[in-house]
Design a protein around this ligand. Structure first.
Ligand SMILES: Nc1ncnc2c1ncn2[C@@H]1O[C@H](COP(=O)(O)OP(=O)(O)OP(=O)(O)O)[C@@H](O)[C@H]1O
Length: 251
């Protein structure tokens, strides 16, 4: 099974600020992991180093044993690192189905021929499959800009999935949602992880969600790994309780 992600001695500094400090972590194929930590701990920066949005100061990123550090962002996506794009910003007046198709074709470097049907049947099939997985089928004709906040996020995830990632990175998939929408979203994420068997890594501030669904939890603080383990191990770790969780979530 593929989708093993390894981070070796990753470091990122912005002038005097060390945002990522010697991070070494491994993510096994098909696992579901959460990354948690206080504000400014370096969670988003870590994702940017994996996806190539930011160049690393030092260290390596390996996907299934092959180094991807420093590759072009598109190439990193092509190799199998997926992340959620903001699709509704890309194609606001396209329907869900057409925006997925357009993004898929742009990714593959294809254009619609003058006399061909749009979208071509293979792209249409891919779009339908990911819409189904993300629960968007009933909204396929709705313009992206008219979707609810939660459905826009699902559309972003749908596009990431359409590009067939081995590893999917989700940065706060439930941000800005009310409690009900949050749980609906996370249930959807959990189901698509089960269906696709990919390596899923998500950043999340809601500890109820983290401890309910994550198989393993990695805790960052000041850019460095403070702890890692099962939800239970992390909740019993005094350093994590003191630095981040507080008494409410401790075991
Ligand atoms: N482009 C940048 N230039 C300068 N400093 C940056 C830049 N991006 C991030 N930082 C700094 O790096 C540190 C880590 O930021 P990062 O956004 O990765 O943290 P985070 O854990 O994702 O935080 P949050 O939970 O608030 O989203 C912070 O001190 C931040 O101010």
């Amino acid at each position: 099974m593929s989708g093993r992600l390894e981070l070796q001695g990753l470091r990122k500094s912005f002038g005097g600020v060390v945002a990522t400090d010697d991070v070494t972590l491994g993510f096994e194929p098909g696992t579901l992991s959460a990354i948690i930590g206080p504000n400014g701990a370096g969670k988003t920066t870590l994702f940017h180093l994996i996806t190539g949005k930011l160049p690393v100061t030092a260290g390596r990123v390996l996907l299934d044993g092959a180094e991807i550090t420093g590759l072009d962002r598109r190439e990193i996506v092509r190799r199998g690192i997926g992340r959620a794009f903001q699709v509704a910003n890309l194609f606001p007046s396209f329907s869900v189905q057409d925006s997925l198709a357009a993004a898929l074709m742009a990714h593959a470097g294809r254009t619609a021929g003058l006399f061909s049907t749009f979208p071509p049947p293979d792209v249409q099939r891919q779009a339908e499959e990911v819409m189904e997985l993300c629960g968007l089928t009933h909204l396929s004709r709705t313009e992206a800009r008219h979707l609810s906040h939660g459905d826009q996020k699902l559309l972003d995830i749908a596009l990431a999935l359409a590009l067939n990632p081995k590893v999917l990175l989700l940065d706060e998939p439930t941000a800005g949602m009310g409690p009900d929408e949050r749980w609906r979203m996370i249930e959807r994420v959990y189901r698509l992880w089960e269906a696709r068997k990919l390596t899923l890594i998500f950043i999340e501030h809601d500890m109820d969600i983290v401890f309910k669904i994550a198989q393993s939890v990695r805790v960052l603080r000041y850019g460095a790994v403070l702890a890692e383990g099962t939800p239970e191990e992390v909740r019993r770790n005094p350093a994590v309780v003191e630095a981040y969780l507080g008494a409410e979530h401790a075991l």
